[in-house]
Ligand binder design. Structure first.
Ligand code: HZT
Ligand code: MN
Ligand code: MN
Length: 447
């Protein structure tokens, strides 16, 4: 589906693309604001009675400000800065007092053996010792919520996928205070459509445009000092897909509910599948049972490593002996499909990741060595997109990148696809198994 034309990359060309892109976005954001204005006209009139003209022709451009009448962000104490609306522009770190980032959803660990934890003085002390990392995770989670709330306000049919990803990634860097490998994106923004379940993001030159009929999985990551939040949701415009989205949202929530210290990974998989496959969806006169995609998994996360080594199944019958453990961070993600419920690697690859052992591997090509140095400097062991190499000055890198993959320095993560014509959805949360309780860090009012 994505065109494989090489990038026409010149300074002038890039500028033009940026301008087109800004115009498109401005139009998309404005159109949203026009609708909101019409719907909420009586309310804003009474709320701001002193405002000059209420002529129906008043221009639709709303300046983003903290005192916008519809700003959903809380007012802040002296010394902090309130987030602006409709476009967030304030660093998340400026909105909260030091070490006072919003907590995720906190619940008890399931299982009888865990009832002592909430009141255990020993477990509370252990928990205090990890406060800095928890604060980094909470801040990263708040950036994720603010970026996705904003993205959901302007994502519409007609916008190129490249524009969607670029805008999300730029806003993420703005709100997190991008700082080399200390603060920023944790991996490329996935925007996989329809039968593509995961790991698709446009490469340079990809002109794919979002349409009304698409089912798009948006999956992006934030990280502060290597503490990663990995969270995803699904966007669809046609309500006919609602049962698919609901099945997957509920399946992920079931996984989140079941998770906890000493819980067996296989039990989580079975519970997820049970919920997922209790849903049906009718599309174009045909009824499908929603299937859990059996070879996709959740995973634990360790500093600067999106995959810490454990996989959380979304069907019954795998990972028999393995349990969750105290202190672990997990991405609980589920995928439902109207297809086979199995994915294969296909299409042009956009997601790559250097392996921790990369620097110990002998390389014959100087160009490959040079590229590996560049990857290590900019991304370390975090996943990166091919287009990010183009943009950080690594033109015509593909041969050398393939050499690094061949040599075992870099892992390629190609798009994962079910059968053509099928539809898949995804929801994902990052949860922390603290000594006294479970915290769903990425929980928001949206999912
Ligand atoms: C790989 C590359 C990335 C990890 C899951 C995932 C998106 O499918 C063990 C279980 C980002 C993440 C990952 F760029 N993958 N979460 N969000 N993709 S995975 C995996 O490779 S490894 C699942
Ligand atoms: Mn993800
Ligand atoms: Mn994940």
């Amino acid at each position: 589906m994505p065109p494989k034309k090489p990038a026409a990359k010149s300074a002038g060309g890039k500028k033009k693309a940026d301008d087109d892109f800004d115009a498109l976005l401005a139009a998309a954001v404005d159109s949203v604001q026009v609708v909101e204005k019409k719907e909420k006209a009586p309310q804003s009139k009474s709320a701001k009675a002193t405002e000059g003209s209420d002529a129906p022709t008043a221009e639709a451009v709303v300046k983003s400000s903290a005192d916008h009448p519809e700003n959903p962000y809380p007012e802040v104490e002296a010394g902090q800065t309130r987030q602006t609306w409709p476009e967030p522009t304030v660093l998340v770190s400026k909105q909260f007092a030091p070490r006072k980032f919003p907590t995720g959803e906190i619940t008890a660990h399931p299982l009888e053996c865990n009832v002592f934890r909430q009141s255990s003085e020993e477990k509370r002390a252990l928990e205090r010792a990890t406060e800095t990392e928890v604060m980094e995770l909470r801040e990263a989670a708040e950036v994720h919520r603010q970026v996705r709330r904003w993205a959901n306000s302007w994502i519409k049919p007609g916008i190129p996928l490249m524009t969607i990803c670029d805008r999300i990634e730029k806003k993420l860097e703005e709100l997190i205070g991008k700082d080399g490998l200390n603060r920023g994106q944790a991996f490329p923004t996935g925007c996989s459509l329809n039968y593509i379940a995961a790991h698709y993001t446009p490469n340079t030159g990809d002109k794919t445009v979002l349409t009304y009929d698409d089912v798009m999985k948006l999956d992006f990551g934030t990280q502060i000092n290597g503490r990663i939040i990995d969270s995803a949701w699904t966007v669809a415009f046609d309500q006919k897909y609602d049962p698919l989205l609901l099945a997957v949202k509920e399946a992920t929530n079931e996984g989140v509910r079941q998770a906890g210290i000493d819980v067996r990974l296989c039990d989580i998989g079975a519970a997820i599948q049970e919920v997922m496959e209790s849903y049906e969806i009718e599309l174009n006169g045909k009824t499908f049972q929603v299937k859990s995609i059996r070879n996709l998994n959740g995973h634990n996360i360790t500093p600067y490593q999106i995959h810490g080594g454990k996989s959380v199944p979304i069907v019954k019958g795998t990972e028999a002996g393995v349990r969750m453990e105290e202190g672990e961070l997990f991405a609980i993600e589920t995928f439902g499909s109207t297809g086979r419920g199995v994915v294969i690697e296909d299409l042009e690859c956009s997601h790559y990741m250097a392996l921790p052992e990369a620097s110990t591997i002998q390389l014959r090509s100087d160009k490959a060595k040079q590229l590996l140095k560049h990857i290590d400097k900019h991304f370390g062991t975090l996943a990166f997109a091919r287009k990010w190499l183009d943009r950080t000055g690594q033109d015509r890198h593909i041969l050398h990148l393939n050499n690094l993959v061949e040599a075992g320095c870099v892992l390629k993560c190609p798009p994962l696809v079910d059968v053509k014509g099928s539809y898949s959805a995804q929801y994902e949360h990052t949860i922390l198994l603290k000594p006294t309780a479970k915290e769903v860090l990425s929980r928001g009012s949206d999912y």
